[in-house]
Write a protein that binds this ligand. Structure first.
Ligand SMILES: NC(=O)c1ccc[n+]([C@@H]2O[C@H](COP(=O)([O-])OP(=O)(O)OC[C@H]3O[C@@H](n4cnc5c(N)ncnc54)[C@H](OP(=O)(O)O)[C@@H]3O)[C@@H](O)[C@H]2O)c1
Length: 328
């Protein structure tokens, strides 16, 4: 595994991180705690030093298992978590980035993760009720108090990124970005490069779609988030199958899997991109981390860029009750 720097912040992480969400949240099934801990520790063994969780995953239980898994190697890894939702009855009920709520959430995340400092703390979603200057100012105080290392945003737009960055330099933006979702390239990514902010692409495998294991015919259980995503409808998957076929064909001529091509494409876009694929399976973890060794040719990249430029970006990514949390 090789390292990358998140923007100009100096925060060094493995070029491919690990998204811990799906271990027990989002996809309708949970690993046992022991199995989830084993997956995370295998990621460490493979050289991964960047782990992503959030208060809202579970809620709460994902942070606990990440803390447990990483306790023996705490000083060798970068742990990122997120605040920004109100949680009631075991689910997120709305946004809440009021300063007092941020401070309380950070204390609880520190306790659940069993650490003294959160290395990278993201605002999970922009809260239109709270000026971003107040959010950034609160995180700045937490950094000065030694409870947080770096500040990040998730799914924020350019105006918010710029305003936040004035108050407290932003180390990373975590946003959906993949061959299946290149919308951030229009305005957001140029702004990140101008300001020296790293990009942490989430759902870099298109929640599995880009791996070639999902087609229009695949069905998902009601508890799998993909059953409710407009961009995951049977029609959308069928419409974009040709993109997956190309990813698969380019993999074949590079002796790589489709998942590796999808990750190698992200790594090739910019030296401070650090994708965080998730998986519950050890063999896929090995496969995904090995994507650092896949080098796509200029022809491969041109073909992938041309095909992915045809992707329909007009359909919402989330159902209405979640889409309203994307405030740019
Ligand atoms: N900031 C945000 O709002 C936000 C939103 C979503 C996610 N995230 C973060 O980003 C991380 C990753 O995103 P994600 O889970 O949405 O999407 P992803 O990493 O693109 O895809 C994960 C899905 O792909 C499957 N998969 C992984 N590797 C595979 C392979 N090599 N071959 C075939 N299938 C494979 C996994 O299934 P198996 O488990 O069966 O392998 C899982 O269903 C999350 O864990 C979370 O930390 C952040």
């Amino acid at each position: 595994m090789i390292n990358r720097s998140l923007g100009t912040s100096g925060l060094e992480v493995s070029a491919i991180g690990f998204g811990c969400m799906g271990l027990n949240h989002g996809y309708g099934h949970s690993l046992t705690e022991n199995d989830a801990v084993a997956v995370i520790r295998s990621a460490v063994d493979l050289g991964v030093t960047f782990f992503d969780t959030a208060e809202v995953y579970g809620p709460y239980t994902n942070e606990e298992l990440v803390g447990k898994a990483l306790a023996p190697v705490r000083d060798q890894v970068v742990i990122a978590t997120k605040f920004g939702f109100s949680i009631d009855g075991g689910r997120s009920t709305g946004l809440d980035s009021r300063p007092d709520h941020i401070r309380t959430t950070v204390e609880e995340s520190l306790r659940r993760l069993d650490i003294e400092r959160i290395d990278l703390l993201y605002q999970h979603r922009v809260d239109p009720q709270v000026p971003i200057e107040d959010v950034a100012g609160t995180v700045k105080e937490l950094i000065e108090a030694g409870k947080v290392g770096h500040f990040g945003l998730s799914e924020a737009g350019v105006e918010i990124i710029r305003r936040a960055h004035v108050v407290q330099p932003v180390t990373a933006l975590q946003s959906e970005y993949s061959l299946w979702w290149r919308e951030p390239e229009a305005e957001i990514i140029p702004t990140l490069h101008e300001l020296g902010i790293g990009l942490v692409p989430f759902s870099p495998l298109g929640k599995g779609f880009l791996t070639g294991t999902i087609s229009g015919a695949t069905s998902f259980s009601d508890s799998d988030v993909r059953s409710n995503l407009p961009r995951y409808s049977e029609q959308m998957r069928t419409a974009h199958q040709s993109l997956v076929d190309l990813v698969t064909a380019i993999g074949a001529r590079n002796n790589a899997t489709p998942a590796q091509v999808a990750l190698a494409w992200i790594l090739a876009q910019h030296p401070t991109n650090v994708p965080i694929p998730g998986t519950t399976k050890l063999h896929r973890l090995q496969e995904n981390t090995a994507a650092v060794d896949v080098e796509l040719s200029a022809t491969d990249l041109d073909q992938l860029n041309a095909a992915s430029a045809e992707v329909d970006l007009s359909t919402d990514r989330y159902p209405a009750h979640m889409q309203r949390w994307i405030n740019r």
